[in-house]
Structure formats: structure tokens, C-alpha cells
Design a protein around this ligand. Structure first.
Ligand code: SF4
Ligand code: SF4
Length: 485
């Protein structure tokens, strides 16, 4: 039974055999400074993913996408559904940040920060390693016939995957429903909360499938970001690269007896040990050049450095470097495309900052003309009816003062203050009136909505009425009702 790692090539994907079947990758263990740094990064990210729904900011979890109330709480800012266009800036900003990152350091996001890699490499693969052993043992288990040992190991592994996936699905759900509610639903009959139950069930199965079986296939053939790579990077991009000038021709240096043997062909520093291939989680050979499948995890760097250390040769045969630097010793980190992406990020960040600043108020207020009515005019004057909506976004009750910018001719009724419980919406109407003598035609009126914590929103609405000259010249006319229906 051959346990040799398949020899990767540039014409086919290692994980797919010639007959279309799956070739399972079992990356070998690796030690080194990049592996340690990646593990620490992953641990911090895992803590962040898990903790975000638990950290309260302004009375709500740091990230809480409250589908039921149609409100989105992001680090202390509450967005309503009609504010969601702001997320365009956020998503566009993140996309351009990724573009800059990719143009400078290639697919480093994939290998170091992507949640998919973090869960796959640092949770599921660690558990698999714990149960089934190192890469050699896992390969042996793959090839061995079904027996008691294989049944126990595979059963334990999939049972563990199921439990981890179940926990992850609950953590994922806590981004959408509050923790107390989640806890309450977890203890209730699933039939009473069938939506949440199906969410948990489907995500548990999806996580199990993706992280337990599909694995690196997603990064290689499905991830849209991975497909962008060739257009985002160029020969100046710093990426995981093999120094072929130093490494080739690969092979072991032979000791010879100079008097008896001719001088051997000179060889490079690569001893063709294939350690870099054995540790690669996407099954490629980085010595074949930069490839789309490389997720820049840096395992091959650590693996090769380890070999170089043992051979007492300089480290960095595989390293973070650019193709141009390896070929001609020229390194150019900032290029026109980097500046261009940077300018886009800056513009997006400024737009988002100002938009979020205006949306960061603890309440939302709007005024519209009362549905169906335009204005009422009679001998006494002209009357408009305005409809207000105030949403208290805070996690505590707040009172609001409605202060119209009154003038001599325009008067308001029903002004005053209103208290709105936490998270609730209040709708009310207000009459705006002007006497016939004071009427000067249609004009804008302003309202200051002031919350008990001192925030103010200024609203504007058009006060409408009849043509002032016709109206004032028709004294004694009966009350007329104009509607916009
Ligand atoms: S680990 Fe280094 S020495 Fe070994 S095959 Fe890869 S590049 Fe060559
Ligand atoms: S080639 Fe190296 S950096 Fe790229 S995925 Fe494989 S091990 Fe990771």
C-alpha cells in the first residue's frame, strides 16, 4: 500500500484524480515561526468570532443582526433596514482593503484570517489529528479495510465534528437572535421554534460537510476571492515563492573522491525531500511556481526552513517574496494599482465615516404628510396634517421633545414631549396651521426632534396650501378639502 504523496503538476488539481474521484489530502505536521504566528492569530480570531455576540456596546451585542426587529447593531451603531445602503460603503471598503492586501501580499487573507481556514486548519484538522494521529497514520487509516479500529476512530472523529458543528451553528445563530432568546429556545420544544431549529440543523450539516469532507476543495474551486487572484496580483506581489535560482537543479549533493571520480554536476540547495509538498494543505508543489491553489499558509516555508537548518544552509529557500525580486533582485511594493486601490479605500472610508456619524444617533425620526390629506383651507386659514415616526434605537426608554421652528404666521398644535420604551416605534400626527391673513403660500417648515440624551434630528416638510392670491381673494368660500389620493 503506497502512502506516497501524489506528485502535483500544473495541468490538474491534485485533489481530483484522473478518473474524477477525490484524492484526500493529509497535510503533514509542521513546526516553525510562521506556524506559531498563525496559531496565535487563529486563536485571537476564534475568540473574536465567539465573543462578538457577548460583548455589549450601548446595550446591544457588538454585532447583532436582529432579523425579527429588522435592526442591525454594529459596534454601538444601530442601523434600520432602510439604512442598509450604508453597508455598501462597508462592503466596498472591505473589498478594496482586500484588493490592496492581495496586490501587496497576495492571498495572505486566505491562509491567515479567513474564517473558513481558521475553522478548518485550527479546529477541525486539530481534532482530526488528535483522534486519528499524524498524516502517515491518517493515510494508513484511509487505506485500511473497515475494522473495529477504523470504525472507532472514524466514528469518534465524525461525532466530534458533529458536536463542534452544532456549537458553531449556535454561535452563528447568536448573531441573529439575542442570547437570552437563544437560550430560551434551546430549552424549548424544537417544534415551537421550527425556523431556528431548521437553521441549526442545516448549518450543523453544512459545517460538517464543508469542514469534515469538502475542505480545501472550497478554496481551490469555489471561493470567488480565490478566482480573483490572478487579476489582483502581479510579479511584484509578495507571496509564498520558491527561490528557483538558489534551489535548482534540485538533488542531493554527492560526496566524491576527487582523484577517482569526475566532478559531479553542480546542484542547488533544494534536496528534493518533498517536505514542502507533504505539508501543503492544498496539495501543490510550490516549486512549480506561484499557483492559484496556494492559500499562502506558509507551512511550506516552515517545512523547508527546518530542512535547511538541518543541512546547515541559509533559510528562506521558500519565503515571502516577489517573482521580480527572485528573478532580478528588484522589489517594488507600492505600485500604481496599490495607490489606486488605496485611493478608493480612502474615499470609501471618508464616505462611510460621515454617513455612520449621521446614523450613529440613538434614534430615528421621519416626518411625512398624513396619508390621503394634502391641506384644508377655509375662512379661518390653512391646515396641514403631518405624520411623525420616531424609533428609539437605544436599549432603554427615552423621551423626545418635538420643537417646530414656529414663525408668526405658522402655528403648531399637539407639540410637547413623548416617551418611547426601548427599541419601540411611535407614530403620531401634528396639525400645522396658518391664519388666512398670515398665509404666504407653500413653504418648508422645520422640526427639531430632541432626545433626552441631547441628540437632535432636524426634519423638514413642505407646508402646502392654495394659491395665496386666489385664496385671499375668495373670502367666504366654504371649507375645501384637498387630498392627494
Ligand atoms: S522542503 Fe525545501 S529542500 Fe525540500 S523539496 Fe521543498 S524546497 Fe526542496
Ligand atoms: S504552497 Fe505553501 S503556502 Fe501555498 S498552500 Fe501550499 S503550503 Fe501553503
Amino acid at each position: 500500500m503506497s502512502l506516497e504523496t501524489k506528485k502535483p503538476n500544473l495541468d490538474s488539481v491534485t485533489t481530483i484524480n484522473a478518473d474524477g474521484s477525490r484524492y484526500a489530502i493529509h497535510p503533514a505536521d509542521v513546526k516553525g515561526k510562521f506556524t506559531i504566528m498563525r496559531r496565535v492569530t487563529a486563536a485571537i480570531l476564534l475568540i473574536i468570532y465567539i465573543a462578538l455576540p457577548w460583548i455589549p456596546i450601548n446595550g446591544y451585542p457588538a454585532v447583532f443582526l436582529d432579523i425579527e426587529e429588522r435592526r442591525f447593531h454594529l459596534f454601538g451603531i444601530t442601523l434600520l433596514t432602510h439604512d442598509l445602503w450604508i453597508l455598501f460603503f462597508l462592503i466596498a471598503g472591505l473589498a478594496f482593503a482586500l484588493f490592496v492586501l492581495s496586490s501587496v501580499v497576495g492571498r495572505v487573507w486566505c491562509g491567515w484570517y479567513c474564517p473558513y481556514t481558521v475553522f478548518l486548519d485550527h479546529v477541525y484538522r486539530r481534532v482530526e489529528r488528535l483522534i486519528e494521529g499524524n498524516s502517515l497514520k491518517r493515510k494508513q487509516l484511509d487505506k485500511s479495510p473497515w475494522n473495529k479500529n477504523k470504525l472507532i476512530k472514524r466514528g469518534s472523529k465524525w461525532f466530534s465534528f458533529l458536536i463542534i458543528s452544532l456549537i458553531l451553528a449556535h454561535i452563528f445563530l447568536s448573531y441573529f437572535i439575542s442570547l437570552p432568546k437563544l437560550w430560551e429556545h434551546m430549552q424549548a420544544n424544537p417544534v415551537d421554534h421550527i425556523g431556528e431549529f431548521l437553521f441549526i440543523l442545516s448549518f450543523t450539516l453544512v459545517f460538517c460537510f464543508m469542514f469534515g469532507y469538502f475542505r480545501e476543495q472550497f478554496c481551490i474551486i469555489m471561493c470567488p476571492y480565490g478566482r480573483f487572484q490572478s487579476s489582483l496580483t502581479d510579479d511584484d506581489t509578495i507571496t509564498v515563492a520558491y527561490d528557483y535560482k538558489r534551489g535548482e537543479p534540485r538533488g542531493k549533493k554527492r560526496r566524491i573522491v576527487p582523484e577517482l571520480e569526475p566532478a559531479p554536476e553542480p546542484v542547488g540547495d533544494c534536496v528534493d525531500c518533498r517536505r514542502c509538498v507533504n505539508v501543503c494543505p492544498t496539495g501543490i508543489d510550490i516549486r512549480n511556481g506561484i499557483q492559484l491553489e496556494c492559500v499562502a499558509c506558509s507551512s511550506c516555508i516552515d517545512a523547508c526552513n527546518d530542512i535547511m537548518k538541518k543541512l546547515k544552509r541559509p533559510q528562506g529557500l521558500i519565503r515571502y517574496d516577489s517573482v521580480n525580486n527572485i528573478e532580478s533582485g528588484e522589489r517594488k511594493i507600492l505600485r500604481p494599482r496599490t495607490y489606486m486601490y488605496g485611493i478608493f479605500i480612502l474615499l470609501g472610508a471618508v464616505a462611510m465615516f460621515y454617513t455612520l456619524k449621521s446614523k450613529a444617533r440613538p434614534f430615528y425620526a421621519d416626518v411625512a404628510r398624513l396619508e390621503g390629506s394634502n391641506y384644508v383651507s377655509n375662512e379661518d386659514g390653512v391646515r396641514n396634517m403631518f405624520s411623525f415616526e420616531i424609533i428609539n434605537k437605544k436599549n432603554e426608554a427615552m423621551s423626545f421633545k418635538i420643537e417646530p421652528e414656529a414663525s408668526e404666521e405658522i402655528q403648531f398644535t399637539d407639540t410637547g414631549s413623548i416617551t418611547i420604551p426601548k427599541g419601540e416605534t411611535k407614530k403620531f400626527t401634528m396639525r400645522v396651521f396658518t391664519t388666512k391673513q398670515g398665509y404666504e403660500g407653500a413653504k418648508d417648515v422645520k422640526f427639531n426632534i430632541i432626545s433626552s440624551d441631547g441628540s437632535t434630528i432636524i426634519l423638514k416638510q413642505r407646508f402646502t396650501g392654495p394659491n395665496q392670491f386666489l385664496y385671499k381673494g375668495t373670502a367666504g368660500q366654504d371649507e375645501s378639502l384637498n387630498t392627494n389620493k
